[in-house]
Design a protein around this ligand. Structure first.
Ligand SMILES: [Zn+2]
Length: 295
């Protein structure tokens, strides 16, 4: 007996573990995508298995279909067990699901205004359906040309649409924000006067991630000290298997962020895993210890 959400968690963990191996990036993506579609569609896996129709599910080929069939029959996945062993990952003792009841909203989201695939209204309705109380709309800033980033003028137009959308959704507060690019010298890609009036400012490094560490540290320190920044987005910019991400004095930058009440985004998308767990590569101390160490 296994329901779609529990199966999605298994596929997602397989995707996560496979991503540690650069040769398995494609297979990892396939597992992650299948996990997504199971979590969203919640199909009846028992019925599909009984009818031999597992591979009619979106993104489920023979390999993933076998894992799902085994889950339906035994509630276990030997493939996952083997990967955990190979990657020296302990089996999680607490297999219980994340409780989404206390989860009240997201502050980082993209819409068709830049590189998102849904309209603001669709995003707002989706957020309502998840029971969210707030949703931050944080599209890209103008420097990111390929994704049609927003300048001051388009932000004004966007705020008009937001007022309209807000009147169509009950019980959800829309916040207007931006994912502003951190330029090479640590300045931000929009003037202070614009950032000041937005509800949420996420500052993210997107280009020149391979800057030499001392310069990158200066760049990130400047962003973390900016008076209008609320969050540093995907702090390293890494994409396991395809892009290494920035390297800098993490402890100094995270201390500066803590000092200024700036949050660090934890991006759990398996394609990013940014920040990565403490015991890998980034050897920094947990934030509560950092805060304790501050004077
Ligand atoms: Zn970004």
């Amino acid at each position: 007996m296994v329901d779609a959400l529990a199966a999605a968690q298994v596929l997602s963990e397989i995707g996560y573990l496979l991503r540690q191996d650069p040769k398995e990036v494609f297979r990892a993506k396939a597992f992650s995508m299948a996990a997504w579609s199971l979590a969203l569609e919640r199909p009846d896996l028992e019925a599909l298995h009984r009818d031999g129709k597992m591979t009619t599910l979106e993104g489920v080929g023979a390999g993933i279909g076998k894992v799902l069939a085994e889950l339906v029959e035994t509630g276990q996945s030997r493939y996952l067990a083997r990967l955990r062993e190979e990657m020296k990952q302990p089996a999680r003792e607490d297999e219980s699901r994340i409780d989404f009841n206390d989860y009240q909203g997201d502050i980082h989201s993209h819409t068709e205004w830049s590189d998102g695939r849904a309209t603001m209204l669709e995003m707002a309705e989706g957020a309502r359906a998840l029971g969210y109380r707030y949703l931050g709309i944080t599209d890209h800033s103008p420097r990111i040309k390929v994704v049609n980033g927003l300048d001051a003028e388009r932000l004004v137009a966007q705020s008009r649409e937001m007022a309209q959308v807000q009147s169509q959704v009950d019980g959800l507060t829309l916040l207007q924000g931006i994912e502003v690019d951190i330029l090479e010298d640590g300045a931000l890609d929009l003037p202070d006067a614009v950032l000041e009036i937005l509800d949420v400012v996420i500052a993210s490094p997107h280009v020149k991630l391979r800057q030499e560490p001392a310069a990158m540290t200066e760049r990130m320190l400047r962003a973390a000290a900016h008076p209008h920044v609320d969050v540093i987005g995907h702090p390293t910019g890494r994409r396991p298997g395809s892009r290494e991400g920035a390297s800098y004095d993490f402890e100094a930058v995270f201390k500066e962020a803590a000092r200024n009440g700036v949050a660090l985004e934890i991006d759990c998308d398996p394609a990013r895993m940014d920040l990565i767990p403490q015991d890998r590569i980034l050897n920094f101390r947990p934030l509560d210890q950092l805060t304790d160490a501050l004077d």
